[in-house]
Design a protein around this ligand. Sequence first.
Ligand SMILES: O=C(O)CCC(=O)C(=O)O
Ligand SMILES: [Fe+2]
Length: 320
Amino acid sequence: MENLVSSRCKVESLSEKYIFPPEIRPGKVDVALCESIPVIDLDEKAGHDRATIAQEILKASQDVVKEVFQMPAEDQASIYSEDPNRSCRLFTGSFHYAKEDVHCWRDFLKHPCHPDLDQNIQQWPEKPARYRQVVGTYSTEVKKLASKILELICDGLGLESGYFEGELSETSALVVNQYPPCPDPSLTLGVRKHCDPNLITILLQGDVCGLQVFKDGEWIGVGPVPHAFVINIGSQLQIISNNKLKSAEHRAVTNSRDARTSTAFFVGARRDSAIEPAKALINAENPPVYRAFEFTEFLSNYLSNTGDTEVVLEAFKLQE
Ligand SMILES: O=C(O)CCC(=O)C(=O)O
Ligand SMILES: [Fe+2]
């Protein structure tokens, strides 16, 4: 528990365990915000009531996830664990604290949602008292949104309707990230550069900046838009689309003023699903870039390469 960064953020200087090598530290934290990320209104015709309910669900879940990090130490201790095999836990850094040479300036809560949401909820934190109810509702609604977005992507790619339904999008997990104010944000990272390994991620940022995306060789900021989600394409979707869609490399930086909370809802395949470029996208001009594999092989490769996308994808590419 004393490893949580929220218990260190009042220390005046940054411990060397959080200082990243010069080539990957952010240096300048306030990069330009990206102007060209499209903001899409998926529910233009939603009635007043529906829009209000949606905003209430968002507000309640943003509030309750923040409360997790404000609970008394004994309540946090009951969910804290450094065991990477525990499916629901509060922890800090990246996936495997004991194996990291540099730790990220981040605490986070992670747990599974779908399938078997009702069963999984039983493992979720019992405190704050409304956590299970509020985050359960949030997860159900965000999963519906994910299905809607995947169906639009299906259409855009020219795949048969429902291509991603079923086992390719059967699982979901929620990660709540908390980045407390940091003594020197230029030297450390909240989350290292990575691509998400899944199909898509539906990310909710609060009102504090920190998300950055690597585009055309430079880092640009993705500012929070009120009531909007950031949709990240994961590597699994890059592979299935045979590189028609690219998984965006991103990271999170910290700041010295405000704590930042983000909630990432990861949607992806079952571990035993077969992943391969969609047959409908393959022809003489577009030969498959990747081989077929079981998703579990991808995940173990991803974890042992700490999310370095180029390295991970390389292992699944076919010889040219
Ligand atoms: O905090 C953020 O905005 C990004 C977090 C993230 O990339 C992740 O949890 O995979
Ligand atoms: Fe991510």
